[in-house]
Ligand binder design. Structure first.
Ligand SMILES: C[S@@+](CC[C@H](N)C(=O)[O-])C[C@H]1O[C@@H](n2cnc3c(N)ncnc32)[C@H](O)[C@@H]1O
Length: 242
């Protein structure tokens, strides 16, 4: 695969992506959801949207806490997998976040760096506008993004991870305002090269996006325990918007 601008539509839809990230921390994701639901006093009658839900790890957990949840993702394969967990109060749909949302929600979550994949800033802004338009009165949005400053200062430029018998050779570098992760491996009788590219969006730049759609920041947190954001030390940049 070449480093095309729509890399996210193919890589996230492969089984190899899910193998590489199979060690994802479910307990940390669950603790985050508990903390955020408590802080923002989610109601059982609220309708929640997990936008960029992947296979639905946050959606499934939020539903298990009693909430009414829709998970949405561009990846058909991830949604097919997530659909195995559907029930009356948990649905999964294929949706491109760059397209307007069809329903209104009390809470819209965009979690674990499901933003910043797009070359053109206009697409990032359209997504924020879609989220804002998709909120009910008094609705809130939560964007959980990486803290780019910390990611850059801790960048591991080369590493190999062997997972489920596949040796993933990973190179990370900064190029044209993006953090690029180049992933090379042999599997199923072929050599594969995939790229992840996430835009270097710091708080200052995100604020300019938010201003342009008149989205207000209610809280800024730096980790899943909802501690204060510090640009030098925080692992995450978590924004609560209204
Ligand atoms: C880093 S993963 C996070 C997945 C999930 N939130 C989690 O924590 O496991 C980013 C997700 O965003 C989805 N995605 C990428 N571009 C998208 C788009 N344009 N519309 C909707 N989802 C998209 C990918 O398919 C992928 O599942």
């Amino acid at each position: 695969m070449t480093k095309n601008k729509d890399w996210f539509a193919s890589w996230f839809n492969t089984s190899y992506y899910h193998i590489l990230y199979s060690h994802r921390d479910y307990s940390e994701a669950q603790e985050f959801m508990q903390n955020i639901a408590r802080l923002l006093t989610f109601e059982k009658s609220d309708l929640l949207l997990d936008l960029g839900c992947g296979k639905g790890r946050h959606s499934i957990y939020l539903n298990s806490l009693g909430f009414n949840v829709i998970g949405a993702d561009l990846s058909k394969n991830s949604i097919l997998e997530a659909k195995k967990s559907e029930n009356e109060r948990l649905r999964f749909i294929v949706q491109d976040m760059r397209k307007p949302l069809r329903l209104k929600y009390d809470v819209i979550l965009n979690l674990f760096t499901s933003f910043g994949f797009f070359e053109d800033d206009k697409e990032d802004i359209i997504i924020l506008q879609n989220i804002k338009n998709g909120l009910n009165l008094n609705g809130v949005a939560i964007i959980d993004f990486m803290n780019v400053k910390k990611v850059i200062s801790n960048l591991v430029s080369e590493e190999t991870q062997v997972i489920q018998g596949i040796s993933f050779k990973i190179n990370r570098y900064i190029e044209d305002g993006f953090i690029v992760k180049e992933i090379n491996f042999d599997a199923d009788g072929k050599h594969h090269t995939y790229f992840e590219k996430v835009k270097l969006l710091d708080l200052h730049k995100i604020k300019t996006y938010l201003n342009s759609v008149d989205f207000k920041i209610k809280h800024i947190f730096g980790n899943y325990q909802l501690e204060r954001f510090n640009e030098e030390t925080s692992d995450r940049l978590i924004l609560v918007l209204a």
